[in-house]
Write a protein that binds this ligand. Structure first.
Ligand SMILES: Nc1ncnc2c1ncn2[C@@H]1O[C@H](COP(=O)(O)OP(=O)(O)OP(=O)(O)O)[C@@H](O)[C@H]1O
Ligand SMILES: [Mg+2]
Length: 259
């Protein structure tokens, strides 16, 4: 395996002290990696340091072998790093179709944009059936699908998904997780943040636990699901009995060997 994203010793915050206090996280190319952790741990902040909404004060963010710390969010978009934020991000008064087109504002060749929109509508049929409707008239789950579809207009390499299932009913959640799987199957690498840790880990190849601004535990998604400590803290206590070795509780940096 080779890393598409390597976050090393990252410190970052919003002016009043560091929220991230030495985050180390490696995301392997073509995988889904799920970041879990308590509210306020800094999960969204990690994604912001990757998409460029926030610059680390220390440490490095390396994408596909190149350090990108100093690049603007726009430059990172051009590299293929797309961020779907925790809050809703469609333009509610614009149609679904126009929202998709907006996703391609960085792409100069409109033929490419239209070809990718076609691909996005194939992958997310709701975008075609509701194309002419205002995005704001769609349900939360439907809007999330359009947000996922919109990432495809940039032909992304790395998709950062912040709490895609938050506030959705079970059926919509299932559709969103299936969509994440399909995005992955189409060759995109995905870094996912999820409060629904059980579903998030189940859909992911790897998982990482962020606590108080540091990554404390990394393992395969399956192993984290079996880990009694993770179950107690993040999975509502539903521990899967203890064949769970292989996870590593660590106070230090994770390395590729952890995977
Ligand atoms: N724009 C901001 N300005 C100041 N502080 C912020 C800002 N955004 C987040 N914070 C603070 O940084 C800390 C980490 O926030 P972050 O949103 O990264 O946590 P999180 O793990 O994503 O939490 P949640 O599960 O609630 O989404 C919190 O204490 C939060 O209040
Ligand atoms: Mg968050």
């Amino acid at each position: 395996m080779s890393a598409i994203l390597d976050i090393g010793g990252v410190f970052a915050g919003y002016g009043a002290g560091d929220i991230l206090k030495g985050v180390d996280l490696t995301v392997e190319r073509g995988t889904i990696t799920c970041l879990i952790g308590p509210n306020g741990a800094g999960k969204s902040t990690v994604l912001k340091t990757v998409s460029g909404l926030l610059r680390p004060s220390r440490g490095s963010v390396v994408f596909d072998g190149t350090e990108i710390n100093r690049l603007t969010p726009k430059a990172r978009l051009r590299l293929g790093i797309v961020h779907v934020p925790q809050e809703r991000s469609l333009f509610p008064a614009m149609t679904v179709r126009d929202n998709l087109l907006m996703g391609g504002y960085l792409v100069k060749d409109s033929a490419v944009v239209y070809a990718r929109m076609e691909e996005a509508m194939k992958a997310f049929p709701i975008c075609r059936s509701r194309a002419a409707e205002h995005a704001g008239s769609l349900s939360g789950g439907e809007q999330k699908q359009v947000e996922l579809a919109r990432t495809l207009i940039l032909d992304p390499t790395l998709i950062l998904l912040d709490e895609p299932s938050i506030g959705l009913d079970p059926k919509s959640r299932q559709i969103v997780f299936e969509s994440i799987r399909s995005l992955s199957a189409s060759g995109r690498t995905i870094l996912l943040v999820e409060q629904n840790a059980r579903s998030g880990l189940a859909v992911s190849d790897f998982g990482a636990v962020l606590e108080s601004g540091r990554v404390r535990l990394v393992a395969t998604g399956a192993r984290l699901l079996e880990d009694p400590e993770v179950a107690r803290l993040y999975l509502g206590g539903g521990a899967v009995p203890a064949v769970a070795s292989g996870t590593r509780h660590t106070e230090t940096a994770s390395t590729e060997e952890d995977y």
